[in-house]
Design a protein around this ligand. Structure first.
Ligand SMILES: [Fe+2]
Ligand SMILES: [Fe+2]
Length: 298
């Protein structure tokens, strides 16, 4: 058995009501989709190493960045949600009959439709740029789900649930940060992230229950957490959905390149929020932060 104590870990969750759910048509103000507004405002740009004011001095580069980051965030969410569903499909025998995983699955189907629709709208606005986006995105798009070789099913499941947990905590965090500059944001974009974050809060609880119920030894768990933090930069860059937008500005508007530098995630202000537990407490509970060792000087 990959999981133990499933009765106690899942029974409370499995009985929850679903009044936190949103309706894709009624709760998203689609009629406002052509209204102006930002996808990443100055506050969030600063968190992820983008010089918002500097970029604004280059209006075409600024418009490209705002458009591309809307497409990229949506597409990244879509791919990661697809991966989550593929994992549940593949591992349904080990996961067992568990209502909270089923609810999560159903909700992710809706989230994929939400972000697909938003991205398709943006793509239709700039078909020429959409082709260039796809070309650049091949370097940054998250890997599709693939069953890899793990020493045990418990390790495999831990290595799946932990990145899922940080991604889902990130989506909640992201919306809270967007709310701080709500007045300048695109209204449909805001509503989509708000509705999404509400359901993702429930997914965080589901992820954590799976991590708690995993039949894994403390030594294995520590080794997995260590590996997770060692690969954190690559993992989190995939979630962030911003690398393609930055790369497009550097390529097509080199005069604005200094506003969208490439750099390690661990050097961005968002990293202090993550390891400091601002919005990422559940992740840290299951994988206490271990600073990767710098290679020893020769
Ligand atoms: Fe989602
Ligand atoms: Fe989710």
């Amino acid at each position: 058995m990959t999981y133990k104590n499933t009765d106690t870990e899942f029974s409370k969750l499995d009985n929850r009501n679903v009044n936190y759910r949103f309706d894709l048509e009624k709760d998203i103000p689609w009629s406002r989709i052509s209204e102006p507004g930002l996808h990443f405002g100055p506050h969030f740009c600063a968190k992820v190493g983008v010089d918002f004011e500097g970029l604004r001095q280059h209006p075409e580069a600024f418009a490209l960045f705002q458009w591309a980051v809307g497409v990229e965030t949506s597409e990244v969410f879509y791919i990661l949600e697809q991966n989550l569903m593929d994992f549940i499909d593949d591992e349904h025998a080990a996961l067992g009959p568990n209502r909270s995983a089923l609810l999560l699955y159903q909700e992710e189907v809706k989230h994929m439709a939400l972000f697909r629709r938003y991205s398709d709208y943006l793509r239709a606005l700039k078909p020429d740029w959409a082709a260039r986006f796809d070309e650049a995105f091949t370097n940054y798009r998250p890997q599709s789900y693939a069953r890899e070789n793990y020493p045990s099913a418990a390790v495999q499941h831990y290595c799946f649930w932990l990145p899922t947990l940080i991604f889902e905590e990130y989506t909640v965090y992201m919306f809270k940060e967007f709310e701080k500059e709500e007045e300048s944001m695109q209204p449909v974009w805001m509503a989509a992230h708000g509705a999404h974050a509400k359901e993702e809060k429930q997914h965080v609880v589901t992820d954590a229950a799976h991590l708690r119920a995993l039949d894994i030894t403390p030594v294995e768990k520590r080794a997995c957490a260590h590996a997770f933090w060692s690969n954190f930069d690559a993992t989190f860059n995939e979630f962030l959905g911003i690398s393609t937008a930055k790369a497009m500005v550097r390529k097509y508007y080199p005069e604005a390149a200094s506003c969208v530098p490439e750099g390690p995630m661990s050097a961005q202000p968002i990293f202090s929020d993550i390891v400091g537990g601002n919005g990422f407490k559940v992740t840290l509970e299951h994988a206490p932060f271990v600073r990767p060792q710098a290679p020893a000087a020769a």
